[in-house]
Design a binder for this molecule. Sequence first.
Ligand code: HEM
Length: 75
Amino acid sequence: MPLSFATDIRPLFRDSPDVDSMQGYGLDLSSYEDVKAKAAEIYARLEDGSMPCDEPWPAERLALFKQWIDEGLAP
Ligand code: HEM
């Protein structure tokens, strides 16, 4: 079974401040369609540590997001 957005990825984003802050910047991290469409840009920000702005993701979390992309961005 590939990782899925609903089960494995959505819970990585905090309702606050991740989802609510980013909705104000035109990116809905609670939306499969949005995260799928912008997955490469999101990954780049997570990887360079610029997002989330309070605390960078640890390597295991980053690896999960990467795995989800590599497995085909399942819903
Ligand atoms: C395409 C990817 C993203 C872009 C272009 C982006 C851009 C921005 C911008 C422009 C801000 C305004 C403040 C600042 O410049 O630091 C911001 C704030 C923030 N973003 Fe993102 N972001 C992205 C992805 C993410 C992701 C994936 C997360 C969480 C996992 C996240 C969490 C946050 C948080 C927590 C804030 C703080 C808001 C505050 O303190 O008021 N962002 N983002």
